[in-house]
Each structure stands twice: as structure tokens, then as C-alpha cells.
Design a protein around this ligand. Structure first.
Ligand code: ADP
Length: 517
């Protein structure tokens, strides 16, 4: 009953401990998981920013180059240069495929191919379809003095870059520069893209709808491009970016996996620590319980013989008891109870001494048979009175041991006392000595209640008493066997038990011989 009400709070304590430890770890794990998405966003941001920087520089550069061409063409046109001079200016660019001249109203459109001839049909329709955008160019030039380059994507993927010269009244008020965007990328932009990519990034120029890029700066393994944006002058082309080698999010992911593993490891250690604390706590509370049980049993143990002694002594004192037989019986009870009391008090005192480290042993050469004979001699009458016919089997020619005879006696007395206490109806007691494997032993055997396997180790602990069956009603302090073990430890010996429940037990004190210690 007491055990069950006690184990509940213990379990609660374990639960709280685990919660205190696991909850923060769990929260941290969840936090790490959520930061993964934040990290992904961060990674996206880094790509976007880097891409913006690269894109801005490339766009600016493209614009500068095209603008330079526009300036030199404007110059030639202003000076009323011949068609050949205009084409020469275009040839110098290595990229321009031809020049288109037109008036502001797009009524006359003149096509001047640089290298190969091509039909001007697509150019015309391209210009006319973008009439509104183009119409703004002379105005921008006039009002804001801004030479805007309008790019018109033609069906064969060539680009017509149109600008206003500022001479609105002339037939070449508008100039179109025809070029292939891929040759612009290869001839003009390539070194710039490489520079922008550096060693950390891969930059790829891709045509809309195409899977393979037009140009790649860096090592391209067919990986996914993380961010992509259009180039200003070339609406059909876009610039994409990713990290060279392992991508940033891969780095983040592997870091996350490593962190999670670490957390798991830390959690495991913490749980192990919690279990350890819990076990220590349980042990401690068990000890406290056993101590309080001890106090209760010892008080009871002291009170019962005392009240018996007092009762019998008072009866005798009053002289009411005339029957000498009865008188003797009363006196015998008084003596027996006094012996029990002194045995108990002896045990407690000895134990207190051992516990405080104040127990002093007086070692010397000891003949085990002599000690056994002496103990049996002292207690035989008492044993017979209890209904036992002790069987004593002493092995002759035993080597002497190095021991404290009084302490050994005390050990044996405790074993005898237990054999008597836990024997029930079958009153059998055998005390034997012998030697085995360089050791000398004393066996105390009974045919009593026996000890269940799960108690066999614990009965040697302080205050431990078997709390089941008939045994719990037997008086005791739980100190006897702990004392025996202490004594045996001091002798570098052992106390062991072989026992079968309801059949009996044999306790063995085993001493090393001086040469084998
Ligand atoms: P106590 O006898 O005062 O309870 P001990 O330390 O001597 O304390 O013994 C511890 C427990 O071991 C006893 O409570 C009892 O349950 C068990 N025990 C000891 N000796 C025997 C025995 N000979 N037979 C059965 N049980 C025993």
C-alpha cells in the first residue's frame, strides 16, 4: 500500500524531469526546423542580391556599348555621311547585322544590311507593330535629351535596337541597329559575365523556353538555376545564378542535419542523466523509507521485550506467583527477552560504529572450528528451547584464518538468529565448517521459509527486509545481514546465500586463507 502511494510521485518526478529536459530540446528542434525555411528565404535573398548586382552591371555595360554605337552612328548621320560610311561604322561593332533608317512617322523605312542581305519585311512589321513605343523616342530625345534604346524582338530572334537621332525632320530621324542577341552575348558580354560570376557563382544566359543555356560562366553540371531575371536590352534572354559547387541550401541542409544529430545526441545524454538522477533519487527515497521502517520496527522490537520483562518482573516482585515452576518459566522469559534486547542493541551499536567508520577489528590467528564451537556452546540451550537440535559438522584440520574472532562470532550469531526467526514449523539447523579452493567457510543451513531470487541480493543491504509472505510479521531490524556483510568485507571474505523458497536457505561465510587474501 505504502509502496504504491510512494511510487506515484516518483513517476511524476521522472515525468517532470524528462519534461524539463526534453521540452527545451524538443522546442529547439522545432525552432531549428522552422529556421530551415527562414534559411531558405535567406539563401533566396542572397541569390537575388547577387543576381541583381550582376544583372545591373551587365545591363549597364550592354547599354553603354549599344549607346556608344548609337553615338557614332548619330555622328556619321549628322555629318551627312554616305551609306558606305554608315555601314563602316556598323561593321566596326562586329555584331551589327544592318542598320534601318526611318522618319518619325515610319513612312519611309530604309534597310542597309552589313554582311548578308535579308528581306526587310520582318523589320517593317516589327517597327510598325511597335509604332507607339517608337513614337515616344524623338519626344524623349527632344524634351529630356535622353537617348532611349527601344528593343524590338523580331520573329527570327534578332533584336532591333531603335533610337532617335534628334534630327526629327530628316528621313533618318530614327535609327534601328539589327543584331543577334547570342552574338552580342558571345562577342561583347562574355568576359563581363565571367567576371561577375567569379569563382563562387555560376552565371548562365538562357533563351526563353530553351533548356540548355546559351552561355555559362563557371562549371555547369546541368543543375537547377536558383534565380533568373531578364536582361534589359534582350527581352528574349535571361540571366540565371547558382552557387558554384555545393549550393547554399545544400550547405544549409547539411548543417541542419548535423545540428539535428547533435541535438539528438545531447537529448540522449540528457535523458540518460535524467534516468540516473531518477534512480539515485529513488534509491535515496527507498533508503529513507527503509530507515523510517527501521525506526518503527526497532521501537517495536524494544518495546515488546521491555513490556514483557516488566510485566513478568512485576508479577514476581509482588510475590503472587507461588508455583516455583511458573516462577522459573517467568525468569527464563525475562532472561531470553533480555538476551534478545541486548542482541538487538548490540547490532544497532555495531552498525552505528561501522557506519561511522569507528569499528575497530582486532585481527589475529583464528581457528574457525573453535569460534563455531564457542558460539554453539553459548546458544545451544537457547536453540534447544526454541525447538532446534543443532547439527554441527566441523571439518578437522582446518587452517587458521586471519580474523577478529569476536566479529566472526557476531556474524555467525546473526546467521543463527535468522535461521531461528525464519524457520517456521520445520525446525532444522545445521552448522558446518569446511575448506574449498583455498578458503575456509562456515555454513548455516535451515529448512525455513527460504528467500525468493529477487530478494537474495538485497537482503544484505541496510534496513532491507522481505516484506511479503509470513516473513514480514517476524521481528527484525534489517541490520543483521548488512552487519554480516560489513564484517566479511573487513575480512576480505564473502557472505553468500543459496536458497529455495519454502524449502530453506544456506548462508555461507567464506574467509580467504592468509596466503590467498
Ligand atoms: P532482520 O532479520 O532483522 O529483518 P536481516 O538483515 O538479518 O534483518 O535480514 C534481512 C532479511 O533477509 C530478513 O528480513 C529476511 O526477510 C531475510 N532473511 C534473512 N535470513 C533468512 C533466512 N535464514 N531465511 C529466510 N529469510 C531470511
Amino acid at each position: 500500500m505504502a509502496a504504491s502511494t510512494r511510487s506515484m510521485p516518483l513517476r511524476t518526478i521522472l515525468l517532470i524531469l524528462l519534461l524539463i529536459i526534453l521540452l527545451p530540446a524538443l522546442l529547439y528542434s522545432v525552432y531549428e526546423l522552422t529556421t530551415l525555411s527562414t534559411n531558405e528565404e535567406l539563401v533566396g535573398d542572397i541569390y537575388r542580391r547577387q543576381l541583381d548586382v550582376a544583372l545591373f552591371s551587365l545591363n549597364q555595360y550592354s547599354w553603354d556599348v549599344a549607346s556608344g554605337w548609337a553615338s557614332s552612328l548619330t555622328l556619321v548621320l549628322r555629318e551627312n555621311g554616305s551609306k558606305e560610311q554608315i555601314l563602316n561604322a556598323a561593321r566596326r561593332t562586329r555584331v551589327l547585322q544592318g542598320i534601318v533608317l526611318a522618319d518619325t512617322g515610319l513612312r519611309s523605312i530604309q534597310w542597309m544590311p552589313v554582311r548578308v542581305g535579308r528581306a526587310d519585311g520582318q523589320l517593317r512589321s516589327g517597327l510598325l507593330e511597335n509604332r507607339e513605343k517608337i513614337a515616344r523616342l524623338p519626344m524623349l530625345r527632344r524634351v529630356d535629351d535622353y537617348r532611349k534604346l527601344e528593343s524590338i524582338l523580331l520573329p527570327d530572334s534578332t533584336i532591333l535596337l531603335v533610337f532617335a537621332t534628334g534630327d526629327d525632320s530628316r528621313p533618318h530621324a530614327l535609327v534601328g541597329m539589327l543584331l543577334g542577341d547570342s552574338s552580342f552575348v558571345h562577342e561583347i558580354l562574355e568576359p563581363r559575365i565571367r567576371e561577375a560570376a567569379g569563382t563562387d557563382f555560376v552565371l548562365a544566359v538562357t533563351r526563353t523556353g530553351a533548356t540548355a543555356p546559351l552561355f555559362v560562366a563557371g562549371t555547369w553540371g546541368g543543375e537547377e538555376i536558383r534565380q533568373q531575371k531578364q536582361l534589359w536590352l534582350f527581352p528574349d534572354l535571361s540571366l540565371g545564378i547558382r552557387l558554384a559547387g555545393q549550393s547554399l541550401d545544400e550547405v544549409v541542409r547539411s548543417r541542419f542535419r548535423r545540428n539535428l544529430l547533435l541535438i539528438l545526441l545531447v537529448d540522449l545524454v540528457l535523458v540518460a542523466a535524467a534516468l540516473f538522477v531518477y534512480r539515485a533519487f529513488r534509491r535515496e527515497s527507498e533508503l529513507t523509507r527503509m530507515k523510517s521502517d527501521f525506526v518503527a520496527t526497532v521501537s517495536h522490537e524494544l518495546r515488546t521485550p521491555l513490556s514483557l520483562i516488566r510485566m513478568y518482573a512485576e508479577t514476581l516482585e509482588m510475590g503472587r506467583l507461588k508455583d516455583p515452576g511458573k516462577q522459573k518459566e517467568y525468569l527464563a522469559t525475562i532472561v531470553r527477552e533480555t538476551e534478545r534486547l541486548s542482541h538487538l542493541i548490540n547490532n544497532i551499536l555495531n552498525f552505528a560504529r561501522i557506519d561511522a567508520g569507528r569499528k575497530v577489528y582486532h585481527f589475529g590467528q583464528v581457528q574457525v572450528n573453535e569460534v563455531v564451537t564457542s558460539v554453539v556452546g553459548t546458544y545451544e540451550a537457547h536453540l534447544r528451547e526454541q525447538g532446534f537440535q543443532p547439527v554441527v559438522e566441523l571439518r578437522t584440520e582446518l587452517s587458521p584464518i586471519h580474523a577478529d574472532a569476536e566479529a566472526v562470532k557476531e556474524g555467525i550469531v546473526n546467521l543463527l538468529d535468522n535461521a531461528v526467526k525464519y524457520s517456521g514449523e520445520r525446525k532444522y539447523l545445521r552448522i558446518a565448517t569446511g575448506s574449498e579452493g583455498g578458503r575456509v567457510f562456515v555454513d548455516v543451513e535451515d529448512h525455513g521459509v527460504g528467500i525468493a531470487p529477487h530478494h537474495r541480493e538485497k537482503i544484505f543491504e541496510m534496513f532491507y527486509r522481505v516484506s511479503e509472505g509470513d516473513v514480514h510479521s517476524t521481528k527484525g531490524s534489517g541490520l543483521g545481514l548488512a552487519l554480516v556483510r560489513h564484517i566479511m568485507d573487513a575480512h576480505h571474505g564473502t557472505v553468500t546465500v543459496t536458497s529455495t523458497p519454502r524449502t530453506g536457505s544456506t548462508f555461507r561465510l567464506s574467509f580467504p586463507l592468509p596466503g590467498n587474501a
